[in-house]
Design a protein around this ligand. Structure first.
Ligand code: ZN
Ligand code: ZN
Length: 270
């Protein structure tokens, strides 16, 4: 049975685990290897049991623990060629490079009992992607770090059972907040991040297509709060007659600790 757990989510670091039977895939490694190992231990898994590590892109909040963790885990690392190259340029570590498995957006790969397929995302990184992962009982989609929702993103999201949906910021809070102008432009631009409202639109699209669980993810520490993101998405869903507390499961991934484990059967927390 497919299960999904976030280990950390937000601008300070991202990592999540997707499992199905003996297959365990780590999605991003953007917190320290020590914290990833501790999060995995809570789920009863050691780093050497990881079947693969999948990366969305090379920003440090997605790869900061990769070097140390990979040496422990020895698992193959799947990402697009530009993402892997950017990482290698900065780290020059041949031991980790030997684990690279370049993957093209739009082409899936079987990893144990899971099928993983990257799709392109508009973001200020080299070859950034989201991941669609299917296993026994369902399919989940990780969709964070994108400036806007493109057609390939909608295609990947449509009909998934679980959507991990970026709600990075409140647009007004960014505009009136402390960030310098260039950073505000970057966050609000087409290669930045989805706002609460944009995330709410994507969540609404997913729910209309049959999605039963939405986890709000990658919240800014400065320009958002879990309550603010939850409210924006709830209001959007209620406008289409969907009660987020009754008709679906909606929650916000905790920023710095593991979240609840999702599985398709319960369509909620276990
Ligand atoms: Zn990020
Ligand atoms: Zn990023």
């Amino acid at each position: 049975m497919l299960t999904f757990t976030t280990l950390a989510s937000g601008s300070l670091g991202n990592a999540a685990l997707v499992s199905c039977g003996d297959t365990h895939i780590l999605l991003d490694a953007g917190i320290s290897a020590k914290r990833i190992a501790a999060g995995l231990a809570e789920l009863g898994i050691g780093p050497r049991q990881l079947s693969a590590i999948l990366l969305t892109h090379e920003h440090s909040d997605h790869v900061s623990g990769l070097r140390v963790l990979s040496k422990k885990a020895g698992a193959p690392i799947y990402a697009t060629r530009p993402t892997l190259w950017e990482w290698y340029k900065r780290n020059q570590c041949d031991e980790v490079k030997a684990l690279f498995r370049p993957q093209e957006a739009g082409i899936g790969v079987q990893i144990g009992s899971l099928w993983a397929e990257p799709f392109p995302t508009p973001h200020d990184a080299a070859g950034s992607v989201g991941w669609s992962i299917a296993g026994e009982g369902g399919r989940m989609v990780l969709c964070t770090d994108l400036g806007y929702v493109t057609e390939p993103v909608r295609r990947a999201v449509a009909g998934c059972d679980l959507l991990v949906c970026e709600t990075n910021h409140d647009v007004d809070w960014v505009r009136s907040g402390p960030y310098p102008y260039y950073l505000k432009r970057r966050i609000l631009g087409d290669c930045g991040h989805l706002s609460n409202e944009a995330g709410a639109e994507l969540a609404a699209f997913a729910v209309e297509s049959g999605t039963k669980t939405v986890i709000l993810a990658h919240l800014s520490q400065t320009n958002n709060t879990p309550a603010r993101a939850y409210e924006a998405v709830s209001l959007r869903l209620m406008a289409m007659d969907c009660d987020p507390e009754r008709d679906i499961s909606l929650w916000v991934a905790p920023a710095q600790r593991p979240g609840p484990t999702w599985s398709p059967k319960e369509a909620s927390v276990c």
